[in-house]
Write a protein that binds this ligand. Structure first.
Ligand code: IMP
Ligand code: MG
Length: 181
C-alpha cells in the first residue's frame, strides 16, 4: 500500500500553538541566561526546526552547536543503544549548555547526552525539549524548558521524522496506529 501524503497526517499541535509556545520558552531562556555563556546544542536531526525557531526568538547572545546521535533504526522503537555520530565543534568547557531536543521518550538518548556534555566540563547543563512522552520513560531526565506533554503517539513534523519523512510539516502530527505507513 502507498504511503499517505504528508498533508493527510492528523494534527496534534498546530503551527500557531508551536509558535506561541516557542516564544514563551525563548522569553524564559532569555531571562534565565542573561549575562551567562549560553551554548545551545541541538540534537540532530529532529531538533533542527525547533532550535532554529527558538534561537531566533532569544534576546540574548547565544552560540549554536549540534550533536547527532542515533538510538533508532528506521522503525518506531528505540534500540536502547546510543551512538554518537557527530560531536560538538567548539569548546564546551565553561559554557552554560542548553541541550535542545525534539522529544524525550524513554529518556535513554538524553541521559546519555547529558553525561557526555558533563564530561567535557560544561559550567551548567539544562535541557529544553519540545515534546515529552512520559508514558515510555525508562530514565529520569529533568526537563527545565518543556513545550508540550503528549500521549504515547508516534509523532512527526516540525523537524521530526518517520523513516526520514514528514520533517517539513509546519505542525506536529501523528501516525494513527494501524495506518499504512
Ligand atoms: P529516547 O532515547 O527513547 O528518549 O528517544 C529519543 C529520540 O527518539 C527522540 O529525540 C526522537 O528523535 C526519537 N523519537 C521518540 N519518539 C518519537 C516519535 O514519536 N516520533 C519520531 N521520533 C521519535
Ligand atoms: Mg532526537
Amino acid at each position: 500500500m502507498s504511503a499517505p501524503a504528508s498533508q493527510e497526517v492528523p494534527c496534534l499541535i498546530s503551527a500557531a500553538d508551536l509558535q506561541r509556545r516557542v516564544a514563551e520558552l525563548a522569553a524564559r531562556i532569555s531571562a534565565d541566561y542573561r549575562d551567562r555563556n549560553l551554548l545551545v546544542v541541538g540534537v540532530l536531526k529532529g531538533a533542527f526546526i525547533f532550535q532554529a525557531d527558538l534561537v531566533r526568538a532569544l534576546t540574548i547572545p547565544v552560540r549554536c552547536d549540534f550533536v547527532k546521535v542515533s538510538s533508532y533504526g528506521l522503525g518506531t522503537e528505540s534500540s536502547g543503544t546510543v551512538r554518537l555520530q557527530l560531536d560538538v565543534s567548539q569548546p564546551v568547557a565553561g559554557a552554560d549548555v542548553l541541550i535542545v531536543e525534539d522529544i524525550i521518550d524513554t529518556g535513554t538518548t538524553t541521559s546519555w547526552l547529558i553525561e557526555h556534555i558533563k564530561r567535557q566540563g560544561a559550567a551548567s547543563i539544562k535541557l529544553c525539549a519540545l515534546l515529552d512522552k512520559p508514558a515510555r520513560r525508562r530514565t529520569t531526565v529533568p526537563i527545565a524548558y518543556l513545550g508540550f506533554t503528549i500521549p504515547d503517539h508516534f509523532v512527526v513534523g516540525y523537524g521530526i521524522d518517520y523513516g526520514e519523512r514528514y520533517r517539513q510539516l509546519p505542525y506536529v502530527g501523528f501516525i494513527p496506529p494501524g495506518e499504512p505507513q
